[in-house]
Design a protein around this ligand. Structure first.
Ligand SMILES: Nc1ncnc2c1ncn2[C@@H]1O[C@H](COP(=O)(O)OP(=O)(O)OP(=O)(O)O)[C@@H](O)[C@H]1O
Length: 327
């Protein structure tokens, strides 16, 4: 459904060149729900804008829904749906009017526009709201209306840019249910961008992990997590964090030791087995531990082990201690 080779985009702003996307390759099969996961500025929106023909690539090639990105952009646009970050509703228009108008813009008859509007409203839980002006909807309802507008012409492939950005946890989970159901009922292919780890984990069949304009890993959430062998341990200390990191580095099989503020993080094959020795060693150096946590691998660990940075909070580890291996 999507094939992309060497896709790149450069911007020039006030004499400065930014390589937003640095030559990426990937494929998406029909019916897949694929997530493009990465931190702010990784190049997700730029990639999406190229795939939806809103932005011309500087280099590379691709086909989207069977049409060539460079030579047949109109063909691509006819076959896809695109739900942008900001949405595109008129604040004063009523929900049903908005959906029907969008359907009419795609050339559907009045009757067909009404039929599809009613169907989408029902599928996206908007039926009771069809006479409400868009400006009175909640954030979650608004996003569902945006999705309805992107699906009105029954595309075989839909692009969602950060679909749950700014929503509260309950509305996000609710939107995931809707996306899953729409995909199952309509057999659509879905390609979405997100910087939420839980969203990628819960929703996507496959994830492309991106950073700084490149794809750094891809796989199912489980495959990606399986790459990061072992548990992650986080130790908070009251003081002497550098000494605590030294203690950790001497533990058998400890790796990826990083320090942020008063916290030492590292990875070992079995977290529970190493704790007694860790406690003894810290005690021996008179270092006061204030908290300790043992976690199974997450997608954030995958990102951390690939890039040395956390996707969750953008924090940078202390460079001197980055990825230090046990002596
Ligand atoms: N029109 C533009 N002119 C100059 N630089 C741009 C332009 N659009 C994007 N960039 C730069 O390209 C890089 C990638 O931006 P992009 O918006 O694609 O990232 P993103 O992963 O979607 O981030 P976010 O999650 O914040 O939306 C950033 O450094 C951004 O500042």
């Amino acid at each position: 459904m999507i094939t992309v080779r060497g896709l790149a985009r450069q911007f020039t702003l006030r004499g400065r060149t930014v390589d937003a996307v640095k030559g990426i390759d990937f494929d998406v099969a029909a019916g897949e729900l694929v997530g493009f996961l990465g931190p702010n500025g990784a190049g997700k929106t730029t990639t999406l804008r190229m795939l939806t023909t809103l932005l011309r690539p500087t280099r590379g090639s691709g086909t989207v829904a069977g049409c060539d990105l460079l030579t047949d952009p109109k063909g691509v646009r006819r076959k896809i749906g695109y739900v942008a970050q900001g949405g595109s509703t008129w604040p004063e228009s009523k929900v049903a009017e908005e959906i029907e108008l969008q359907a009419r813009l795609y050339g559907l008859s009045k009757t067909e526009a009404r039929r599809r509007g009613a169907l989408l409203a029902e599928r996206l839980d908007l039926s009771g709201l069809d006479q409400r002006p868009a400006k009175t909807l909640s954030g979650g309802q608004r996003r569902r209306l945006d999705i309805a507008l992107g699906l009105v012409h029954e595309p075989e492939l839909v692009f969602l840019d950060e679909p749950t950005s700014g929503l509260d946890p309950q509305s996000r989970a609710n939107l995931w249910d809707h996306v899953r159901r729409m995909r199952a009922e309509q057999g659509m292919t879905v390609f979405l961008t997100t910087h939420y780890l839980d969203e990628a984990d819960a929703l996507c069949d496959r994830i492309l992990v991106t950073d700084d304009g490149r794809i750094v890993a891809e796989g199912t959430p489980d495959e990606l997590k399986a790459r990061v062998a072992g548990d992650s341990i986080t130790v908070d200390v009251a003081d002497h964090v550098t000494d605590a990191a030294e203690v950790v580095r001497r533990l058998p099989d400890a790796r990826e030791v990083t320090v942020v503020a008063d916290t030492v993080r590292f990875r070992v094959p079995r977290g529970d087995a190493v704790l007694p020795e860790l406690l003894r060693a810290l005690d021996g150096r008179r270092i006061t531990m204030t908290a300790v946590k043992v976690n199974r691998p997450t997608l954030d660990d995958v990102f951390l082990s690939l890039t040395g940075r956390s996707l969750r909070d953008g924090e940078a580890p202390t460079p001197a201690l980055e990825a230090t291996h046990a002596a």
